[in-house]
Structures are given as structure tokens and as C-alpha cells.
Design a protein. Structure first.
Length: 408
């Protein structure tokens, strides 16, 4: 029965891809997007099977989400209002710190959202995990197509290069096709970027403001630092588009001021102790069990500690896992991707070194580097950094492509 349901919904989603105007106007060949969708489903199945291996299953979030969602579906059918209201309540004396990883409503929310989404999907899939992979990737497709549309509009590049960067980077394909938060975050970010660009070119109406606001709230709920990294990048993008001759100065000024505020604000507003939050996050990661842990110095919420830790953060964000850290075959794709990534970056930089940098390219560059450095500062596991880095790679590579124009 499960296979019949799987095939039925696969055909339904393929038909929807064929008829939905947003997908039809993507500029892809008629067979390309359905093929990409099938590849993402295959990657999602590979993700599920990987985490079903005995050595990973016990600590696997994706299968834990599924088990919880089966019970949540029963609750949804019995009492829909209570099911929805549960997203807004917490079982602690207080909601907890918004950036804390323990005993916090906000920390629980990043797991509750995918569980609730899967519970709704379970009604249609008859609790079929693999059928839910189809539904999740159908949702993921909207943000990826939005990002692809923007790339084709603004960049002077071959369509297959754009397809490869947006849809098919190996680690991004794997981590953002499984049932987890990563694909939702990437899709929501793609939609935010697309809506913001349209707002800058065609005007911001209330629908765009509402859409961007809701999407940023979703991103913040799932991975707060990505939403926070978007805000200065979007501000600099908007101001640079208005003052093209000062675009580099604007980006460096905004990020320079932001870096100073990062350390100064806690002196006046202890609730905004972002250095302390990042240091605590690193400490929490450092206490987790795992075979890919890296021995690092503990980060302290001071400027000098962050400065001393910067080489380690860069190493974690861009170079891990090292060749010497390969412990089993699952490390090989990550190491190979690092080598390939730097090869591609060197090629693109050499190939297009003479083009004028656009505000959009600067947005992609500063945003992706911010996300990567935050991950480098907080994550202390070579295995985990591969997953967190996968989100930023498409944006980093897009920053290196030649623009059609430099207006935006």
C-alpha cells in the first residue's frame, strides 16, 4: 500500500510542477525541473537510509521527528485547535533565552515546526515517511526556483552552471533534500532574497513586507543566526543599489559598524549579549558526544577571544574535515567537496577576475561568509560543519559569477 501511495503523490507533484505558473516561468526546459525534483527525492531517500544505519539511527533527528509526528497526527485528528496551539506554549516556568540551546521554548520550536509539518503530511501519506520526502521536497522547490529565477535574471552565466549551483551541489543536495530543517531554511531564504529583489526593483507593497516578515520569522525559528545574518546583508544590498559608486564602502561600513555593535551593545543592553550567546553555543556543542569532535579552545565573550579564535573558525568553516580526520567512508565526499570547492572558486575568480562586482554579488558574499563564520565559531565537530556549511555554499559560489549589469 505504501508504494502505491508513494507513486500516486509523486505523479501528483510532477503534474503540479508542470502546471503551476511559478514553476513554468522558471526558464528551465520542460523536463529539467521534474528531473531535478526526482534527483532531490532520491537524495532525500539516501539521507533517510543513511540515518537508518544502526550507528546513526539512535541519534537521528529525522527519524525522531517522524516518530513524534505519528503521535502528533493522532492529536491533530482528535483536537486540531490544541495541535496548533501547542506551537505557542512551553513546558517551562518561562520561555527561556531566545538564543539558548537548553530549556528554551525557542530552542524547542526549531524541532516542533518540522514535526508539526510532517504530522499534517502524515494525514495524506498514511504515516509514510518516504512519501513525506516527496511533500517536503515539493515545498523546498519553491525557494530554490525563486533563487534560480533571480540568478538567471541577474547573472551572465550558462543555465547549467546556474542549475548546478542552485540545485545540485552535492552536500547541499544531500542535506537540504532530507526531512529536516535545512531544506526549509534554504527554501525560505531563497524566497526572502527573491521577494526583496522584487521589492527593490518594483516597489515594496504590504504583501511583500508581509511575505518577507513571515519568512524571516520562520527562518529565525528554525536557525536564528541565519535570519540575523540576512538583516545587515539586505540593508547593505538596498543601500548599495541606491549608491552604486559607493557599494563597496557601504558594505564595509555597515559590516564594520555591525561588528563594533556586536561587542559594544552588551555593555549597555545585557539582553543583547550576542558574543555571550555564541560562546555559550560553542560550549554546548563542545559538550556533545560524537566521534568527529575537534579539540578547540573555549570561546569567551570578549573581542580578544573572538580575534584569537578567528583562525580556528576559518579552519572549521572552510577546511574541515581534514584528510587526517577521515575515519570511515562517509567522510570522503566531504573532503572531496572541499577540494572541488576551492578548485571551482579559484577557477571562477581567475575566469571572471575583471568583471565589475554588483551589489547582489556583495550581498551573496557577505551573507554567506557571515553564516560560515558563525558556524565556524560555534560548531566543534567536523561531521556537523559539513551540514551547516552546505546551506551557505550556493550563495558563496553565486557571488563569484559575472553579473549582467551592476545596477543591482
Amino acid at each position: 500500500m505504501d508504494i502505491i501511495i508513494f507513486i500516486f503523490y509523486l505523479l501528483v507533484c510532477l503534474y503540479c510542477i508542470h502546471i503551476i505558473p511559478f514553476f513554468k516561468t522558471a526558464g528551465l526546459r520542460i523536463w529539467a525541473l521534474p528531473l531535478i525534483f526526482l534527483i532531490k527525492i532520491a537524495a532525500g531517500i539516501a539521507y533517510a537510509l543513511f540515518y537508518k544505519l544502526p550507528r546513526y539511527y539512535a541519534g537521528s533527528d529525522t527519524w525522531r521527528f517522524y516518530r513524534l509526528s505519528v503521535e502528533e497526527k493522532k492529536w491533530l485528528l482528535a483536537d486540531p485547535l490544541a495541535f496548533v496551539n501547542d506551537l505557542f506554549v512551553y513546558g517551562y516556568n518561562k520561555p527561556g533565552n531566545i538564543f539558548s540551546g537548553q530549556e528554551s521554548y525557542w530552542n524547542d520550536l526549531k524541532s516542533n515546526i518540522p514535526v508539526k509539518i510532517m504530522a499534517v503530511m502524515n494525514v495524506l501519506s498514511n504515516d509514510g515517511y518516504y512519501t513525506n520526502i516527496i511533500f517536503f521536497n515539493f515545498l523546498f522547490l519553491f525557494g530554490l526556483v525563486a533563487l534560480y529565477k533571480l540568478v538567471r535574471l541577474l547573472y551572465n552565466t550558462n543555465e547549467w552552471v546556474a542549475v548546478a549551483i542552485v540545485f545540485l551541489l552535492p552536500s547541499t543536495l544531500f542535506w537540504c533534500s532530507g526531512i529536516h530543517k535545512d531544506g526549509l531554511i534554504l527554501s525560505a531564504t531563497g524566497l526572502v532574497v527573491y521577494l526583496f529583489y522584487n521589492g527593490m526593483t518594483a516597489g515594496f507593497g504590504w504583501k511583500k513586507y508581509l511575505g518577507i516578515g513571515v519568512l524571516l520569522l520562520i527562518i529565525f525559528s528554525l536557525r536564528n543566526y541565519v535570519a540575523l545574518a540576512l538583516l545587515p546583508a539586505m540593508l547593505a544590498w538596498w543601500m548599495a543599489a541606491l549608491h552604486l559608486n559607493k557599494k563597496l564602502l557601504i558594505f564595509f561600513a555597515i559590516y564594520g559598524a555591525g561588528s563594533m555593535l556586536f561587542f559594544i551593545l552588551p555593555l549597555f543592553f545585557p539582553i543583547a549579549d550576542l558574543p555571550g550567546f555564541l560562546a555559550n553555543k560553542q560550549h554546548e556543542f563542545n559538550q556533545l558526544p560524537g566521534e568527529s569532535g575537534v579539540v578547540v579552545n573555549l570561546l569567551e565573550p570578549t573581542f580578544m577571544s573572538f580575534l584569537r579564535y578567528l583562525p580556528t573558525a576559518i579552519d572549521m568553516a572552510f577546511l574541515r574535515p581534514h584528510l587526517s580526520e577521515i575515519k570511515n567512508a562517509s567522510y570522503l565526499p566531504a573532503v572531496a567537496e572541499i577540494v572541488l570547492l576551492f578548485g571551482v572558486i579559484i577557477y571562477l575568480f581567475y575566469r571572471f577576475r575583471s568583471f565589475k562586482v554588483s551589489p547582489t554579488a556583495l550581498f551573496f558574499l557577505f551573507f554567506s561568509l557571515t553564516v560560515l563564520l558563525i558556524a565556524g565559531y560555534t560548531i566543534t565537530f567536523s561531521g556537523a560543519i559539513v551540514r551547516y556549511r552546505s546551506f551557505a555554499l550556493p550563495f558563496l559560489l553565486l557571488a563569484l559569477l559575472p553579473p549582467r549589469a551592476v545596477k543591482i
